[in-house]
Design a protein around this ligand. Structure first.
Ligand code: ATP
Ligand code: MG
Length: 401
């Protein structure tokens, strides 16, 4: 079908009172960014809906991109024709000829914002219903949950016909809720945590700790590839690689094994917090899930979290691993995450990490480290790069929202 427009319905942002304009403007600019390869598309963001005038661009290519934009509840590709009864009837018939297979029930729903139009909504419903019956006399008309809902909208500028409603990504437009630092390992959980955070309108930057030569180039590449999987939702994500070798070597040398993990995690959090300040972020996001491993018992979380007052969002904290995997599959990060490249935490994983670390011990062992210098060195070696690779997203994506 050759569509000329896409009508976009906003999600939750309709309830945001006076912030509404901020949300709509942000959504409009995110849509433009998502459709950067389609320069002819014109975005008209109104209070209640957004209209994308396609100006000849291909709707089949545009629809998959739109599905990834948070803040869109659903959208309908539509065809614009002259406000002339005969033209509208012909267009309705053409649509039905293309989609009717002989079994579906149908109805017509008309909306009219141009009240001067010659027919009112119920007359138009009948006119179009008759036009369809003229070509398919046996078609079943059904008011409640018809298979095909042929919609007509009469506006000032023209008449719009559509029949399809495509689910959007839901959530809030990214960028309307400030910026977070996502602690991104190469695992399954943190990319999912990043996805869920962006869904609520939060912009993210990915912070990844690497310990070469103990961790390989491929481990960093994997984290970057995961970032690339998250970037289509926003157009691009800053990837921040933190050199962590010196910190880990010092910890291994000076701290008893049972506390390696706790103190390593505290250092990661301190560094992420410092990077957050540098990058003007507001909060930290990680992929911790309650009880999953020794670092994620409540006791461990308390001991690790103690280094900062910065709010830490843990979107997957209460999910079961299988639930997280299901999401990872839907956002197409799972296959990448299970690639077997050693992460910095795996390499230095002590055989028996404390599941109930004691803070007095933590303080005692941390006195043996020159934390300020270790941090300054790591921060001096940050590598920052924007990851924009647009990768295909799993078809199943829309089922999830
Ligand atoms: P994931 O939790 O993403 O599956 P994982 O299981 O390897 O990865 P955990 O040991 O569960 O990681 O670590 C918990 C969280 O700590 C991660 O979700 C991530 O937010 C953060 N984290 C761990 N390792 C790193 C790293 N190398 N760089 C950045 N963040 C990390
Ligand atoms: Mg994990």
């Amino acid at each position: 079908m050759k569509y000329t427009e896409v009508m976009v319905r906003y999600g939750e942002l309709s309830t945001k009172g006076k912030n509404r304009n901020v949300f709509i403007n942000r959504l409009a600019s995110n849509v433009k960014k998502a459709l950067i390869d389609f320069p002819e598309v014109k975005v008209q963001a109104n209070r209640d809906r957004m209209h994308l005038v396609l100006n000849g661009e291909d709707s089949d290519l545009i629809i998959p991109k739109l599905k990834l934009v948070f803040g869109i509840q659903n959208f309908s590709p539509s065809i614009r024709v002259e406000k002339d009864i005969e033209t509208i009837k012909t267009c309705a018939q053409d649509i039905m000829k293309e989609i009717y297979t002989g079994n579906e029930s149908f109805k017509v729903t008309t909306k009219r914002s141009d009240h001067s139009f010659e027919q009112d909504t119920s007359e138009l419903n009948i006119t179009l219903g008759d036009a369809i019956l003229a070509i398919y006399p046996d078609i079943k008309i059904q008011m409640k949950k018809p298979d095909i809902n042929l919609r007509l909208e009469i506006r000032e500028e023209g008449a719009y016909l559509s029949y399809d409603t495509i689910q959007g990504a839901g959530g809030l437009p990214v960028g309307t809720s400030g910026k977070a630092m996502l602690m991104l390992s190469g695992g399954i959980d943190s990319p999912v945590a990043g996805f869920l955070t962006m869904k609520r309108g939060v912009e993210i930057e990915a912070v990844h700790f690497a310990s070469p030569p103990y961790t390989s180039e491929q481990a960093v590449k994997k984290a970057k590839d995961l970032t690339a999987k998250l970037s289509p939702y926003v157009g691009g994500i800053q990837f921040i690689e933190v050199p962590f070798t010196q910190v880990q070597e010092e910890i291994k040398e000076k701290v008893p094994q049972g506390y390696w993990m706790t103190i390593t995690r505290r250092m990661m959090l301190r560094l992420t917090d410092a990077i957050k300040e540098l990058r003007h972020g507001l909060v930290i996001v990680n992929g911790e899930s309650l009880g999953q491993v020794a670092s994620q018992t409540l006791h461990s979380m308390v001991a690790i979290n103690e280094v900062t007052n910065t709010p830490i969002i843990r979107p997957v904290s209460t999910m079961d691993k299988l639930e997280i995997i299901e999401l990872a599959e839907k956002i197409d990060t799972f296959e990448l995450s299970i690639q077997p490249f050693e992460d910095c935490c795996t390499i230095f994983a002590p055989p028996q990490p404390k599941t109930r670390p004691r803070l007095d011990k933590v303080y005692e062992y941390e006195k043996r480290l020159d934390i300020n210098t270790l941090m300054a060195n790591a921060l001096a070696g940050l590598k920052i790069e924007e990851i924009t690779t647009q990768m295909p997203v799993n078809d199943e994506f829309s089922d999830l929202l």
